[in-house]
Structure formats: C-alpha cells, structure tokens
Design a protein around this ligand. Structure first.
Ligand SMILES: Cc1cc2nc3c(=O)[nH]c(=O)nc-3n(C[C@H](O)[C@H](O)[C@H](O)COP(=O)(O)O)c2cc1C
Length: 385
C-alpha cells in the first residue's frame, strides 16, 4: 500500500512523497548479510572452521579489514587490507590494529576447540610505523596439535556477542559483573576500570566527555563524511556490502530512496540531521549506568593488538553476564579537533600521555536483545594465489 509521508528535510523544507507503507517496513537485517553467524559450513577444512569464528570479531566501523593467506599448510598469515582503513578518525590505525587483536583472540579460542595451539607471532617481518600501516603481515599463526591445550569458556559467547547501541536500562552494575570482566583480561597487559551509578560525579564526567567528543566528530565535515562512506542504508546496500554501519530505520531509508540523503556532503552543524543525532546520543549517554575502560602503558603496535585481544575477551565476559557494551571511541581518537576530550579522558582515567593510552572506553549496562551485525563471509578474507 502506498501512503503519503511528510518528510522534514535537512535545511528545513518539508516534502510529501508517495511511499510504500513506511511504518510497516521491516527493520531486520537481510539474512544473507548475517549468514556468517550460522557458523562454519559443514565439512569446512580446520583452518576455515577456525576463521569462520574469527570473522565474527568486532571491528571498528565493521570494516573487517582481515585478509588471510592459507598457502602454507597449518599456517595462517594475517594481513591488513589497506583499502579498509579510517584515515580521518583513526589516523594512526590504532583501532584497526585493535580490530586485528579481536580477530586473533577469537581465532585462538576456536583453535583450542579443535585441540590446536595457535602460536601467534605478531609482526613477523617487523612492526608498522606509528603513523601508517603497510603490506607486511600483522601475524603469522602456526597451528600445532597439543593435548594440553585448554578450551576457553568464553568461546560459548562468540555467537551471542553484539555491539549494542540501544538505550541501556537504568540499573546498577553488580560487583560480580565488573569483577568477572576484569578477571577475563587479567593475563593481558591492560589496566581496566569501571564507573557506575554509585559514583555520580565521575559518571557525569564520563557522560559529558563522551557527548562532547561525539558532537565534535559529527560536526567535523571530514570525520562525518568518513562515517557516511561506510553507512549502509536499507536492505539492498546492506546485502551488497555486508560491512560498515547498517541503518534500517524507516526515515533514512526513505530519504535515501528519494535521493534526499546526500552522503557526499556534510550537513551544517545546526542541521536537524546532526542536532537530532547529537540529542539522541546524549539521551543514551545520560541513561547509561556505567562505563568500562582499558589503559595500556605504551602504545606500540603489539600493545594495540594485545589491547584488542583483551577487549573482545571483556566483551565476551560481559555477554556471559548478561551485559552489553558499546565502545565510545570518539574521545580516544587522534584527530586534532578532538584533542580537548582526548586530554580530558586521559586525565579522568589517570592515564597521563604519552606514557599511557586509553585504548578502549565503552558504555556498559543492560540492554534489549538485538540481532548480529553483517559479515562479508569467509571467502572475502582469503587471499588467493
Ligand atoms: C577498536 C574498536 C572501536 C570501536 N568503536 C566503536 C564506536 O566508537 N562506536 C560504536 O558504536 N561501535 C564501535 N565499535 C564496534 C564496531 O562498530 C562493531 O564491532 C561492528 O560494527 C560490528 O558489530 P558487532 O560488534 O556487533 O559484531 C568499535 C569496535 C572496535 C574493535
């Protein structure tokens, strides 16, 4: 059924458009985009079985920059796809390296399920420079049969883990929960911390810094446009790309379908599209009952990868405890406009620069259940000869 919809345009105008039943359109991600969450295909070779789990790892902007070379038996060489970087918001590719750590950690857990020890050698041909990545491998993984290898209980959460961007319930975090998350990363070189409703003043500071950094990212044209580039609006774009940030809400879909959502230009800072997003995220932050963070001493490439390994463990532990996480990376980013919130969060978390780096900062709380995010599927990651 067609109906008329009145749409408030960026810039203030209103249009009336004949559209298919707007309120009735599905907000579910197309099944082919989330097929990877069904698990490895039957009969998969062991390395493919392992990798089918690793590709479910969290990655900044869901870019999935993992490329693997399987030409040497019992070995997986991991590379970073240089086409899948975020030069504006992640100019040093620190978050990209963390996103390789998340991948390697799930790879390790999956190998254990098969009785294999994953001997992971990071940067076997040398580490990338601090400000760029290159074509050398991120890791060489040798899989070795080992009767002493132990299964990791967190593996059970791999298919249940989500980055949850919904509003979180106004419910305090129990001590067992924060202790459980800290326990999951105790062998990793990170200092973790939590703040909750029992500390209203620091909690208010967390919310304020996160809000300010978010406002800056959204009102800085080049950083906003970088996110627009990986925005996938509606089922067709989501099914075609199976990466990036999926948007299934009716209004942006409608605007995109009508050619009214121009992703090549940044709206002005006072545009309703921007102020609305800032308002919505502020409301979520105000209701967020807690934050989690991870600080490292040093910030070299190995430390970044190790921080990513720790992050996915923390998120899996939170999942096991019924808790959700959403990183709020904006204040941790290294682009100049966000330097104020960057300094503020490092000060608040007692992480003076340059000795310490806040590698991860996330909302933490109880949230409604959501579905998984798209994945490109295993084949997209395997380098052919
Ligand atoms: C290093 C890193 C930084 C991230 N930063 C953000 C962020 O600032 N905001 C956000 O909503 N998600 C962030 N994410 C989560 C990714 O967007 C998410 O992993 C991706 O969209 C895939 O979704 P999934 O985790 O539900 O599988 C980050 C993830 C990683 C690994």
């Amino acid at each position: 059924m067609k109906r008329r919809a009145f749409i408030q345009l960026a810039g203030g105008g209103v249009v009336a458009a004949a559209v298919p039943g707007l309120s009735g359109c599905s907000t579910a991600i197309p099944p082919e985009a989330v097929a990877a969450w069904q698990g490895p295909p039957p009969g998969a070779e062991v390395r493919e079985w392992i990798l089918a789990h690793a590709i479910l790892a969290p990655h900044s902007h869901n870019l999935q920059s993992w490329l693997v070379d399987l030409r040497t038996p019992e070995q997986i060489m991991l590379y970073c796809d240089p086409q899948r970087l975020l030069p504006q918001t992640d100019p040093q590719s620190r978050q990209i390296m963390m996103s390789h750590g998340t991948f390697l950690e799930l790879l390790d857990m999956a190998a254990r399920e098969k009785g294999l020890r994953a001997d992971i050698e990071l940067f076997p041909e040398g580490a990338f420079a601090a400000d760029r990545i290159d074509r050398r491998p991120v890791a060489r993984v040798r899989l070795v049969a080992d009767a002493n290898v132990k299964r990791d209980p967190l593996f059970a959460q791999v298919f249940r883990r989500r980055t949850n961007r919904e509003p979180y319930a106004d419910q305090s975090l129990p001590l067992e929960a924060t202790a459980g998350i800290a326990q999951a990363v105790k062998d990793y070189p990170v200092r973790v911390g939590f703040v909750g409703k029992d500390q209203p003043e620091p909690l208010a500071r967390h919310r304020a810094i996160a809000a300010e950094a978010w406002r800056i990212e959204l009102t800085t044209p080049r950083t906003l446009l970088e996110s627009y580039k990986v925005l996938r609006v509606g089922p067709d774009e989501i099914a075609t790309h199976r990466d990036g940030i999926s948007l299934m809400a009716p209004l942006p879909r409608l605007l995109a379908a009508l050619g009214l959502f121009d992703r090549s230009k940044a709206p002005a800072a006072d545009d309703a599209a921007i102020t609305g997003q800032i308002r919505d995220f502020n409301a979520k932050l105000q209701a967020t009952p807690g934050f989690f963070w991870m600080v490292t001493e040093g910030n070299d490439r190995k430390t970044q990868v190790r921080a990513g390994q720790a992050y996915v463990r923390a998120q899996l532990a939170a999942t096991a405890l019924g808790l959700s996480m959403q990183p709020v990376s904006q204040a941790l980013q290294e682009f100049p406009e966000v330097a104020g919130p960057y300094a503020d969060i490092h000060r608040l978390l007692d992480a003076p620069q340059p000795k310490f780096t806040v590698q991860m900062w996330a909302r933490l709380g109880y949230a409604p259940t959501i579905g998984p995010a798209p994945r490109r599927g295993l084949k997209a990651h395997i380098l052919s000869a």
